[in-house]
Ligand binder design. Structure first.
Ligand code: NAD
Length: 362
């Protein structure tokens, strides 16, 4: 059985780091093929794979692989080049693009969507969303520090005292919590808001101050994800946020509602009240942004406030992002690849939720 790792398109990461691929060969009993140059942008040259894998052209890889793992789905135009019944493992986002399931099925492919793995304790080691979100949260703080014309920590120097910066984090999920921890380590004062009450304790345990807005819908049956809030709640939350935002030096927004447009938490009015030189990093940019003025994939300046719209900051740490992504996928594949063969237990809930086409094709 050949496990194929293609070069990503417009992405510096690669689905497996060499060390993890070596483990995959041993633990899954597969043969590994890697596309030429697949790891170059994440500082894994072809030579770092050659002990474990065959380095081949894209055409050879697509034609021969039984399983193809990629961080981003292969372009649809290439699906017809794959082996019949090949398995593709990637992030297909069927909760945003439900039509992808029918298309994959029509192409005769077996597809596993890593973003459909349930967020349970058992599946934690397979959770690519957490690995990438955590990196994005960390990088968001570094990106903010890069643009901010001030220090993060309080400093007392012979030339005078510097007050610490205040960082406001909206959305205290995986990315938000990592942003809080990183900003605290840099010495900032950190405040955070979330609609899930469980976040309060987590924020406080990292030394952040939790901004409480009463009346949030908090549905614990939503698999850990937030649910959409009423207009009344969002209005009161915006008022609370507006007051804090005016004083903040940095705002990092990560608020998402799975399968829906991101909630708008920072209207232009709020940004107008912010101090010149302040920075907003909007990690929800790709789903509409938490700030009204965000432009996805752009850095803009509005009244002296810098607004960075980037939902893919884990690309800026490609080596660790690739390493953790591959580790997650290896843990996942161990569920259904054994001794170089598929052994698929469709009653396993991780498998039944993440196999988005039939697990075994007729
Ligand atoms: P996410 O990316 O879907 O959303 C980011 C955060 O935005 C969430 O905390 C969400 O509650 C918050 N949010 C949504 N609307 C908001 C609003 N109007 N105002 C403020 N905040 C808002 O979430 P995520 O980071 O992927 O994590 C989702 C949940 O899954 C969390 O509860 C997390 O602890 C849980 N989780 C569990 C596991 C596991 O057990 N395997 C792994 C990862 C995450």
């Amino acid at each position: 059985m050949i496990l194929g790792i293609p070069k990503e398109t417009n992405d510096r990461r690669v689905a497996f780091a060499p060390a993890t691929l070596a483990k995959a060969v041993k633990e899954l009993g597969v043969e590994a093929w890697v596309e030429t140059g697949a790891g170059t942008a994440s500082s894994f040259p072809d030579a770092s794979f050659t002990d474990t894998a065959k380095v081949v052209s894209r055409a050879e890889l697509l034609k021969n692989a039984d399983i193809i793992v990629s961080i981003n789905p292969l372009p649809e135009s290439e699906w017809k080049l794959l082996k019949k019944d090949a398995m593709v493992i990637s992030r297909f986002e069927p909760f945003i693009k439900p039509e992808v399931v029918g298309k994959l099925q029509d192409a005769g492919l077996r597809a596993c969507s890593l973003d459909m793995i349930p967020r349970t304790t058992l599946a934690q080691s397979m959770d690519v969303l957490s690995s990438l979100a955590s990196i994005a949260g960390y990088k968001a703080v570094l990106e903010a520090a890069h643009f901010l014309p001030r220090y993060f920590p309080m400093l007392i120097t012979a030339a005078g005292s510097v007050k610490p910066s205040t960082v406001l984090v909206l959305g205290a999920g995986v990315a938000g919590l990592q942003a809080i921890a990183t900003a605290k380590r840099l010495g900032a004062i950190v405040e955070a808001s979330d609609t899930r009450l469980a976040a309060k304790e987590e924020v406080e345990s990292l030394g952040g101050r939790f901004i409480m807005v009463e009346g949030a819908s908090d549905d614990t049956s939503a698999g850990g994800y937030a649910v959409e809030q009423s207009e009344d709640f969002l209005k009161r939350q915006r008022e609370e946020v507006q007051a804090r935002a005016a004083k903040a030096d940095v705002i990092i927004t990560t608020a998402q509602v799975r399968g829906r447009k991101a909630p708008m938490l920072l209207p232009a009015d709020t940004v107008n009240k912010m101090k010149p030189g302040s920075v907003i990093i909007d990690l929800a940019a790709s789903t509409g942004g938490n700030c009204e003025l965000t432009k996805d994939g752009e850095v803009i300046m509005h009244n002296g406030v810098i607004i960075v719209g980037n939902s893919d900051l884990s690309q800026d740490l490609p080596q660790d992002a690739s390493f953790l992504f591959g580790n997650n996928v290896l843990n996942y594949m161990k569920l259904f690849v054994k001794g170089g063969e598929f052994q698929i237990d469709e009653s396993n809930v991780i498998i039944s939720q993440s196999f988005i086409t039939a697990a075994v094709n007729a």
